[in-house]
Design a protein around this ligand. Structure first.
Ligand code: FAD
Length: 503
């Protein structure tokens, strides 16, 4: 059977869409199969009763024109390349942290304001704070000046190494360093070290020692340069724009088409099998699914299995999507909050509450006078296994758990319980079902001691099967996954003899 596309992409998450759009823009005929009827995966939006909710991500990097952020302005650069636009509004605070012992600090766009607020709480650590966050700026300055590309693309590495020899060496050395160990070089105070842990846990779901310095150098530095910007219309505006760009160049997204198998012959990916039974062939296949879903579900040959324990499997989420009376949100309230009541339990299931109210930036997401609130905690499928889907007992268990989280959240938003007018609740099972993610996991994390280069890259052990998305380097988060899409596309395009120009 002949090939029906040059490249097949499994999944229209941000990783798959980015890779597909950049390949299609180069004239490489690409088709995406997406099991849902909409694009975006964990970055999709959905609407209920006039409220538009972000299904997952709400804190966005990569949208600025800021010269210092350079190549890290990835969304801006990709959208310009594709000739599409997403309007954004700047968010003055990345996260407002509410921590034990009345420790309360906002990670403001204004770097000086943030560092001074920390120094006010920890006057004896003033110099250590400056030095630690300076290290992150140094990593950021290197990364923002290097063009994005694949670490498996020898031509790219040679070109970057030749043009920026010193920065390449410095970056290579920094890839072996951890954020937490770097912090401990400068900082002694236990409470401040807890704070450094939560600065990584809030997006990496790991403490600072387990988090590579290089990842921290993007998230904790660029918030003060390119900043955090919210896409008008909600998170789904990003995948919608990528689809527009992809289709404009002739790409096809086939929605409600689930890939059930990857056709592998003699160690080489040849195409995919759909749930309808149809088999579609291509020169290359890119998977946007997790490493476990790809190799333990879609590739049937057991020689390619990836044991769950090869990486740390991040937990999943219990999520509450609330429509609330707008009067509950006081003037000046920040959009994103992280609430921790006890340092001993912050990293246990449900220990940390994440909270976003994006209507503060984009009121069009709710009816007049109302707000949307997205609050969530870590959770596991095992906590909900005992309930039959659709049963009253399942609904009641979700309601009880949601009420307990709302009651805890009242600490930062008094009156929340009485202001809720719409409640949509999602368990890890929901996450697993919607996105085909193994146990609804947030993704594969590196084990302590593993180096960021041990994260799966875009090539896999199956010839012509490539990977993008949060299982691959650099990891979770929309900007990270976008990077993986860029590096995947540049690798595939080079192999097809049509290299991408740098963004
Ligand atoms: C609650 C929550 C909050 C978050 N908050 C933030 C945040 O504030 N900022 C941030 O940057 N990041 C955040 N993230 C992380 C971020 O959303 C993800 O890392 C990122 O969107 C993952 O993108 P992806 O392309 O790797 O995968 P996914 O979003 O999982 O997309 C994969 C796509 O592939 C499809 N698919 C899978 N298998 C198949 C198949 N067999 N056939 C067809 N289609 C298939 C799925 O339906 C899905 O559309 C959050 C995530 C969650 C869950």
């Amino acid at each position: 059977m002949g090939e029906q596309a040059e490249v097949i992409v499994i999944g229209a998450g941000i990783g798959g869409l980015t890779a597909a759009a950049l390949l299609q823009e180069r004239g490489i005929q690409t088709v995406i199969f997406e099991k849902n009827g909409f694009p975006g995966g964990s970055c999709a939006s959905f609407t209920r009763n006039g409220y538009t909710f972000d299904a997952g991500a709400s804190v966005f990097y990569g949208f600025s024109e800021d010269g210092r952020s350079g190549t890290l302005n990835l969304h801006t650069r990709i959208f310009r390349r594709l000739g599409i636009e997403v309007e954004t509004v700047p968010d003055p605070v990345q996260i407002h942290y509410h921590l034990p012992n009345g420790f309360n600090v906002a990670a403001s766009y204004d770097r000086r304001m943030f560092l001074d607020a920390l120094a006010e709480r920890f006057p004896d650590e003033k110099d250590g704070i400056e030095q630690f966050y300076r290290e992150l700026e140094d990593v950021f300055d290197i990364l923002s000046s290097l063009p994005a590309g694949s670490l498996e693309d020898i031509a790219h590495l040679t070109s970057v190494g030749g043009r920026y020899p010193l920065k390449t060496v410095m970056l290579s050395l920094k890839t072996f360093r951890s954020m937490g160990r770097t912090a401990r070089k400068y900082i002694r105070d236990e409470e401040l070290l807890h704070f450094i842990d939560i600065e990584s846990y809030s997006w990496a779901l790991q403490d600072a020692v387990s988090t590579p310095l290089v990842n921290a150098g993007i998230c904790l530095a660029d918030r003060h340069h390119g900043g955090i910007n919210y896409p008008l219309g909600g998170s789904g505006s990003i995948p919608a724009a990528l689809v527009r760009g992809f289709e404009k160049f002739g790409g096809t997204v086939r929605y409600r088409e689930e890939v059930t198998g990857i056709v592998v012959e003699n160690g080489e990916a040849r195409g995919v099998r759909l749930s309808s039974g149809e088999v579609v062939f291509a020169r290359a296949v890119i998977t946007n699914a997790t490493v476990w879903d790809t190799f333990n579900r879609m590739v049937s040959d057991s020689r390619y299995r990836v044991p769950e324990e090869r990486f740390l499997r991040a937990p999943s989420w219990f999520q509450m999507f609330l429509g609330v009376d707008g009067r509950v949100i006081p003037p000046g309230f920040n959009v994103h909050h992280v609430l921790i009541e006890d340092w001993k339990t912050y990293d246990t299931l449900g220990g940390t509450i994440y909270f976003s109210a994006p209507t503060i930036l984009d009121p069009s997401l709710a009816p007049p006078g109302k707000h949307v609130v997205h609050a969530f905690v870590t959770s596991e499928t095992t906590q909900w296994d005992g309930y039959a889907r659709g049963s009253d007992t399942y609904r009641q268990a979700k309601e009880r758990y949601a009420d307990s989280i709302i009651a805890r959240t009242e600490k930062i938003l008094p009156g929340l319980a009485g202001a809720v007018e719409l409640k949509v609740l999602a368990t890890p099972q929901t996450h697993e079902r919607y996105l085909n993610r193994w146990k609804g996991s947030y993704g594969a994390l590196l084990k302590p001691g593993q180096n960021i280069l041990q994260k799966p890259q875009n090539m896999t052990r199956v010839k012509n099967l490539f990977a993008t998305g949060d299982s691959t380097f650099p990891g979770q988060g929309v900007i990270a996954v976008t990077y993986s899409g860029v590096s995947c596309a540049s690798l595939v395009a080079r192999k097809m003899g049509t290299p991408l120009d740098y963004l």
